[in-house]
Every structure is written in C-alpha cells, then in structure tokens.
Design a protein around this ligand. Sequence first.
Ligand SMILES: Nc1ncnc2c1ncn2[C@@H]1O[C@H](COP(=O)(O)OP(=O)(O)OP(=O)(O)O)[C@@H](O)[C@H]1O
Length: 273
Amino acid sequence: MTTRNSAAAAGSQPVAAVAGVTVRYGSTTALDDVSLEFRSGVTGLLGPNGAGKSTLLSVLSTARRPNSGAVALLGEETPGRASRARRVRERIGVLPQSFGFYPRFTVLEFTEYAAWLRRVPAARRRERAREALHLVQMEKHADARMGALSGGMLRRVGIAQAMVNEPALVLLDEPTVGLDPAQRVGFRTLITELGERCAVVMSTHLAEDVAHVCGRVAVLLEGSVRFTGTVAQLCALPRADYGDDGESGDGAVDGSAVEAGYLHLAGAGAVTT
Ligand SMILES: Nc1ncnc2c1ncn2[C@@H]1O[C@H](COP(=O)(O)OP(=O)(O)OP(=O)(O)O)[C@@H](O)[C@H]1O
C-alpha cells in the first residue's frame, strides 16, 4: 500500500490528448473511437493483453498515425507536417516492451547513441547520458557491456535512454514485466520519481502497478475506453452503493481494490469522471 501520486490527479493542462482515435490493423480494430487526456504525473493504461495499450502508446509516440481521429501532443496538433512531428518527438521519451541494442555497446555508449537519435546537441550528449544513468542508478555500470546486463538492469538503461532528452512526456510500455518482486518495487519508486519531472503514461496489466504508482488511470478493454478517472475512483466503482471511495484515511489504495474496480468494469459500460 502506498500514497497515490497527487500531482497526476491535479487539474493541470493536458500534455497529450487523443480524440475519437481509431486504429485498425486489417480487419482488427485495435482502438475504437478512443478519447483521452493525459496530464502531469503518472497515468496508467490498464487492460488485458490485446486491449490496445501498445497501439495507443504508438499513437502518442507519433510512430503510428490513426486511421481517424485527432492527436494533440505537447501543444501541437498531430499528425501534421513531418517537421512538426519531429519537433514533438524530440520532447518525448519512449520505453518499448523490448528494445534492440548492439550487445558490445557499453551502457554509456548506448545511452549517448539514444541522445544522438533524439537530436540532443553533440556538446551535451555525454553529460545528458551520465545524468540519465545517474537517475536510474546505473552510473557505476556505465562501462559495462549491454550484452552482459541482467533483465532489471536493462530495464533501467531503457528508462535512461527514454529520459536522455529531458522529455516532457514519457511513454512506458509494461515497464515492470519480467522483473522480480524486489526489482518491481524499485521500479515503482523510479517511475513515481519520473512522474515528478514530467508527464508519464504507463501501460500495464498489473493492478498493483497502478495502485502504487499512478494518480490517474484509463481502463482499456477491447480497444475501447471503459473508465477514466483517479485510482481511488476506480477502486470505488464496486463499492459505490455503500458510499465507500476505496481510499484509506491516509490517501492510499491497494492493488486488490484496483483489481476489484477493474473487474467490475468487465460487465459495465463506459465511466468517465
Ligand atoms: N502489427 C499488428 N498487426 C496486426 N494486428 C495487430 C498488430 N499490432 C497489434 N495488433 C492487434 O491489435 C490489438 C491490440 O494490440 P495491442 O498490442 O495494442 O494490445 P495491448 O493491450 O498492448 O496488448 P499486450 O498487453 O499483449 O501488449 C490486438 O488484437 C492485436 O492482436
């Protein structure tokens, strides 16, 4: 049990928004008329395998253009001119579910390479790479080969490469998958810290991740948004009849309450708060 990220629940301006977004892969509709806004702090995208979470992150990263609908990122309407999309991309950090790397690269070389890809000026690349590695507590492994890292260390370097351009928006696709319980706890702390620096959108199918890290949450089921609101509001759904808001006296929620809210939605219509 932990304290929720209150910054995310605050009524700040949206950092990113999608309106009426539909994405199809052939005959599969991965996102169906999805409208969502993302603000500062950590927002969770919660849903089962195939719900459309990764597809939504690919739209938010500008990697995929929707078949229809509007996308606004960091104050810019996209998709639009290539130069505008590139400008936006330079202010976004992405941790995909898996990322490729040359195994003989050192951790520092890989992070500097990510800085180059994100068009960080040459004079600042090394400094930024070191700062990003410090953020994820990997600076003492800067000279280690990428191919020799454990899964948890690789995920940390993955976060470092996502933060190397000092992004305003960070997209994390299932960042805790494959981590052992202790690593997962450490990662939740790290993601909470990221949410204090920039807006973070994190996809997950783990209710515990949402309970520990997120201020707001959107539940996606079969490509549709079934809930948006605070984590406490999601927890309150099954208990609404009793006037229980799912929140303990210290503003904390737990994973089982999030899971109960999530399961409640399986048989319910869309809820927006
Ligand atoms: N490149 C693709 N080609 C065809 N269908 C795809 C492609 N990518 C995703 N899909 C389909 O789109 C739907 C949404 O997939 P998506 O990967 O966005 O879901 P997800 O919620 O991220 O799932 P997971 O938790 O398993 O990563 C699924 O039915 C999936 O099979």
